[in-house]
Design a protein around this ligand. Structure first.
Ligand code: 5GP
Length: 193
């Protein structure tokens, strides 16, 4: 999606440690018009996949998921990162190692909101090592839900997540794939797709 690439070039900031900062439009302040186009693009890509539920992870995935759900007319479920007491039925739980914070945390989804009748589109802001995606796929697997595929706003193609997951047969659609980036010069190069 050219619009996403152009926006990254205009407003993205390359930081040390392979971190791309996009908090002016995706991770803190949100450009709702851009997100509306993101939702339309994920709909174009997955409209024939029988999606009846969108799954994401808090916090940055939620806006992307909601804007996409408007096009599909399906509910959004977001996996929670905070440890919550299991007062309201059973939870699916998966352990995820955070790329940006380097810590491990549990993601949880109530069993009420995901089950074997669901065909799920998984959405997230970034794909790097694929740990967050592994957690969400694990939760779908525990639920017996079918996974139509994943939609990613920004994949860092120089990290192994995308290639590994595609190799496992997971459909991954990324709106921009950063092939390389350099925090000393600030340059960013995208994969042709
Ligand atoms: P992964 O689990 O694929 O290693 O990393 C994906 C998660 O880490 C995303 O949900 C995203 O929140 C965060 N993340 C990974 N790389 C970056 C990055 O370069 N910039 C930002 N802002 N978040 C990232």
């Amino acid at each position: 999606m050219k619009e996403m690439e152009q926006r990254i070039l205009k407003d993205g900031n390359v930081r040390a440690g392979n971190v791309l900062k996009v908090d002016t439009f995706l991770n803190h302040q949100l450009d709702v018009e851009l997100l509306d186009h993101v939702g339309a693009e994920f709909y174009r890509l997955y409209k024939d996949a029988g999606v009846n539920k969108i799954l994401t992870i808090e916090a940055s995935g939620i806006a992307i998921a909601c804007m996409t759900a408007r096009h599909f007319d399906v509910p959004v479920v977001f996996a929670k990162k905070a440890k919550s007491r299991n007062l309201d039925g059973e939870l699916y739980t998966s352990l995820v190692k955070s790329f940006t914070y380097g810590k491990e945390y549990n993601v949880t989804v109530s069993q009420k909101f995901l089950g074997p009748d669901d065909t799920v589109l998984i959405l997230d802001d970034f794909l790097a090592d694929g740990k967050a995606m592994d957690g969400l796929l694990d939760i779908c697997n525990q639920a017996g839900a079918k996974v139509a595929g994943a939609g990613i706003c920004i994949e860092k193609g120089f990290q192994p997540g995308g290639a590994r997951l595609r190799g496992q047969g997971v459909r991954i659609e990324s709106l921009a794939i950063v092939e390389e980036m350099d925090d000393t010069t600030g340059t960013i190069r995208f994969r042709e797709q």
